[in-house]
Design a protein. Structure first.
Length: 201
């Protein structure tokens, strides 16, 4: 854990967080604008990676059967073995590095929150392995295997969403504290009005 914290200490500067954000989202845009539209158009539905709520055996069979050789190769490379190899790592580093700026690493909750993006990364890579096996027809599309792959997809999306929600929560709390500090400072520095005349009868 100490090595993990040391890594985040190095990547949590504003400059490095910005670089991680830009690089991860450039890859995300590349997938959403170039590879996924081709794949989705060929299979007539969303690719495995985009099925946020999971998929059934019939859906998996439909996707695999509708893939032609050219689209399968595109799905394998650059989508799964290049773009979706870099994206989960860069996104996990970005999310954890940004959360590191907000959280207290001295308590269990803070450390758990920092780990969540990397757990999402692990499930993303696990999903990729399953998808590679399915679209290359290296394994039978059994109900148990598709359920396993679908579970990886759901867990990936769920944990990533939790990380983004945590960032939103901490960002709002940080902004509220900034506003409070500003208001307190203005109150303390506000001059006392001594110009009011008191009249005695």
């Amino acid at each position: 854990m100490s090595n993990f914290i040391s890594l985040l200490q190095k990547t949590s500067s504003i400059k490095r967080v910005s670089i991680l954000f830009i690089s991860s989202h450039l890859i995300f845009l590349s997938m959403m604008l170039f590879t996924f539209p081709v794949i989705n158009n060929q299979i007539g539905t969303k690719a495995f990676d985009l099925q946020s709520f999971g998929y059934s055996v019939s859906t998996a069979e439909s996707i695999v059967n509708n893939l032609n050789t050219q689209t399968t190769q595109l799905y394998l490379f650059p989508q799964l073995t290049f773009l979706d190899l870099l994206y989960p790592l860069l996104l996990a580093l970005f999310l954890s590095s940004l959360l590191f700026r907000f959280t207290n690493v001295n308590n269990k909750l803070g450390r758990l929150i920092l780990i969540i993006p990397f757990l999402a990364m692990v499930f993303d890579y696990s999903e990729n392995i399953c998808v590679i096996l399915m679209i290359s027809k290296s394994i039978e599309l059994s109900e148990s295997f598709v359920l396993l792959s679908s579970s990886f997809t759901i867990l990936k999306g769920t944990l990533t969403s939790i990380a983004w929600i945590a960032i939103l929560f901490y960002s709002i709390r940080w902004l509220i504290s900034i506003v409070k500090q500003k208001n307190n400072k203005q109150f303390l520095t506000k001059p006392i009005n001594n110009s009011q005349n008191v009249r005695y009868n």
